[in-house]
Design a binder for this molecule. Structure first.
Ligand code: AMP
Length: 188
């Protein structure tokens, strides 16, 4: 079963999806991490992604999709995985649905982590990663609102979306996520 975590930058997606993957015993697939590694290695994918990441914009769909598909066909993902930061546009979601169908996979649950904007900006400031300076952080939030937020309606229509309140300590939010996953089991 494939689980997807959706949420704006600073919502705690990375932390919660790593924890969830460990809890479920499946790999944690973070496209942001994969891109950061590719940039560090200086690979072709990394070189293509770098300028987008530096400015807080999304990397082109085709590049992301290739990366994810290559990861998901690996042996350790056969039993599923937690996707962190993918899909992030409607095109990615639609293409991914087609890919799933062709590859006998299914999106089991999509968890939307909801956190209000002022909290997000405070968290992003505290984190201080290279692409997290205020200006870039605002751009990343804008990209989320414009390009990623529509996924909430998309997955609601499919009946797989669960919205979880992302405010609270890590353990508390994690408990809400596992409850949300549990509540959906057996209904789809
Ligand atoms: P993240 O660590 O998930 O916030 O991702 C960091 C950066 O990687 C983003 O700001 C994007 O530039 C890029 N990225 C990660 N995942 C995607 C995706 N699914 N689509 C487009 N760009 C992505």
């Amino acid at each position: 079963m494939l689980l997807i975590l959706v949420g704006p930058p600073g919502a705690g997606k990375g932390t919660q999806s790593a924890r969830l993957a460990e809890y479920l015993g499946v790999p944690h697939c973070s496209t942001g991490e994969m891109f950061r590694e590719a940039c560090q290695r200086g690979s072709e994918v990394g070189q293509q992604a770098q300028e987008y990441m530096d400015s807080g914009r999304l990397v082109p769909d085709s590049l992301v999709e290739k990366l994810v598909e290559q990861r998901l066909i690996q042996e350790d993902c056969r039993g599923g995985c937690v996707l962190d930061g993918f899909p992030r546009t409607l095109v990615q979601a639609q293409d991914f649905d087609k890919w799933c169908e062709a590859n006998y996979r299914a999106v089991g649950r999509v968890i939307e982590l909801r956190v209000k904007e002022e909290t997000l900006l405070a968290r992003l400031d505290a984190r201080g990663r290279a692409d997290d300076n205020r200006e870039v952080a605002r751009e990343r939030l804008r990209q989320y609102e414009e390009l990623t937020r529509p996924l909430v309606d998309y997955y609601t229509a499919q009946g797989v979306l669960e919205t979880v309140d992302g405010i609270g300590d890590v353990a508390e939010v994690f408990q809400r996520i596992t409850a949300a996953i549990g509540s959906g089991q057996g209904t789809s």
